[in-house]
Design a protein around this ligand. Structure first.
Ligand code: EPZ
Length: 448
């Protein structure tokens, strides 16, 4: 088992270079399959969700090489492929391979990506948009199979699903005719995907709005592209600075859209200064409870900051309420923060925080990416030592979180826990009697 060990109480102070955006990178990796030449991506985050998606792509013949934060990717030898459960379920971004491989080969197949602790994560809207592009869609026991060249038409999303919007874009850019997507998600990551596709030759209008118009083209070409910084990681690290009473500057933040995040920090009494490519949060000791914070699709307060804000508000004296409207069971943070002494509870969709008590270190377990990040934040603000198990979830979206935060004063380290070998050893005595001894060292002792 691996965990992050943390000694809390240090103020975070200094500069961090912000990593590339996980949720912009994953759809753009899928989009590279549509390009008939090599693609070069800069500022690519080195996180396990990216590596898992690159592995899935490699199974379909896509070559890639990640050197530092520069990714070279060549899909020219890609082949039509069925992504089985072990590949489709690895990362949520995998569902986007459906639209990408359909857009490239006019056929694709994928096992159901499956749910996770934050919700069932169905893909009914993904199937809906592909059907509206008049693609033959078969939902079988073992997965979803789509076939036929997408034909331009009217796509209507009853809910602005980020992934379903992205799949519709990936399928429509090489469709026959023009497609209009109504009710599209407006998250910055969707706009980034549009910009990548436009640079590769796609014809898309309405970028950043809920109505997208895509004129199908016959081919997309290879390009070089720089990925934006990760707005959720930025919000996480700024909130961490606030929780430790610190002063942190984030670099490499040009173009990072913080709409919905800065507002939530501001109502909690925290001001973020932004100049050039930097964002700075200098904690003033003032932390205000927030009467009501509600997660919703962009440009509202993002669900991916919900766990982190919950952790932050445990330190603000008074009653705060956060209601989660995007995922049905994104409340893993509540039980774990209680172990650290926080007075926090949840009912159907809302989290109730009675903040103001000091947190104390504890052994806690992350069950998803953002809960894990929030528990690290709480551990850094708590008195004493904490252990955050489930650090593999954090590695899915935060690049080297221990190294990054240690640079600004955090006392934390990734720790591997080896199963202590407890072996009953029967030592044969010279006189024929037997003596049993427990050997708890994992190193083999030399028999003498
Ligand atoms: C993306 O997930 C992000 N992931 C999520 O970030 C983010 O929380 C989410 O968008 C909302 O902003 C990536 O981009 C890789 P949705 P996605 O489709 O596309 C329901 C993180 O921590 N729904 O907008 O899966 C769904 O169950 C992750 O970085 C359907 O019912 O989100 C959810 O309740 C977590 N049917 C809601 O819509 C569908 O076919 C929003 O889902 C699709 C979605």
């Amino acid at each position: 088992m691996s965990y992050i060990s943390i000694i809390g109480g240090n103020r975070l102070e200094g500069e961090i270079s912000l990593q590339g955006s996980k949720n912009a990178t994953l759809p753009i990796l899928a989009a590279c399959v549509l390009c008939d030449g090599p693609v070069e991506l800069f500022n690519c985050p080195d996180i396990s969700d990216v590596r898992d998606l690159l592995y899935a792509l490699s199974c379909a013949g896509v070559k890639s090489k990640l050197t530092g934060h520069r990714l070279e990717l060549d899909g020219s030898d890609a082949v039509p492929f069925f992504f089985g459960p072990e590949l489709a379920g690895k990362t949520r971004g995998g569902v986007l391979l459906l639209g990408a491989f359909l857009g490239r080969f006019f056929e694709a197949g994928m096992a159901y990506p499956g749910g996770c602790v934050i919700g069932a994560r169905p893909i009914d809207l993904h199937c809906k948009v592909l059907k509206e592009l008049r693609v033959i869609t078969e939902e079988r026991e073992d997965g979803v199979f789509v076939k036929g060249r997408p034909r331009g038409g009217k796509v209507v999303l009853p809910y602005p699903s980020v992934g379903a919007t992205e799949n519709a874009l990936l399928a429509a850019v090489r469709a026959e005719g023009t497609t209009k997507i109504y009710g599209a998600a407006r998250e910055p990551e969707v706009a980034e995907l549009c910009r990548f596709l436009q640079k590769a030759g796609a014809k898309i209008e309405g970028v950043g709005t809920s109505v997208l118009r895509i004129e199908g083209v016959s081919r997309l070409h290879g390009i070089s592209y720089t990925l934006p910084g990760d707005r959720i990681v930025a919000g996480t690290y700024l909130a961490t600075a606030a929780m430790t009473g610190g002063d942190v500057i984030l670099r490499n933040t040009t173009g990072v859209c913080m709409k919905g995040i800065f507002e939530s920090l501001r109502v909690a009494g925290l001001t973020v200064y932004r100049t050039g490519d930097a964002m700075r949060l200098r904690a003033s000791g003032k932390r205000l409870p927030v009467k009501m914070l509600k997660t919703a699709p962009f440009p509202a307060f993002p669900t991916d900051m919900q766990s982190q804000m919950t952790a932050l508000l445990t330190l603000a004296a008074g009653e705060s309420v956060i209601c989660e409207t995007v995922f049905e069971s994104r409340f893993g943070i509540v039980g774990e923060l209680q172990k650290m002494g926080a007075d926090v509870s949840c009912d159907k969709q809302c989290i109730f925080i009675r903040g103001g008590k000091k947190l104390h270190g504890a052994t806690v377990t992350a069950t998803d990416l953002r809960t894990g990040a929030a528990l690290v934040m709480a551990g850094l603000a708590a008195e004493g030592e904490s252990r955050v198990y489930g650090s593999e979830f954090i590695a899915r979206g935060y690049e080297n979180i221990c190294g990054t935060l240690s640079l600004v004063g955090a006392k934390m380290a990734q720790t591997e826990e080896y199963e202590e070998k407890t072996e009953n050893r029967v030592w044969q005595q010279k006189d024929g009697n037997c003596e049993t001894e427990q050997d708890t060292s994992s190193a083999l002792r030399q028999f003498v």
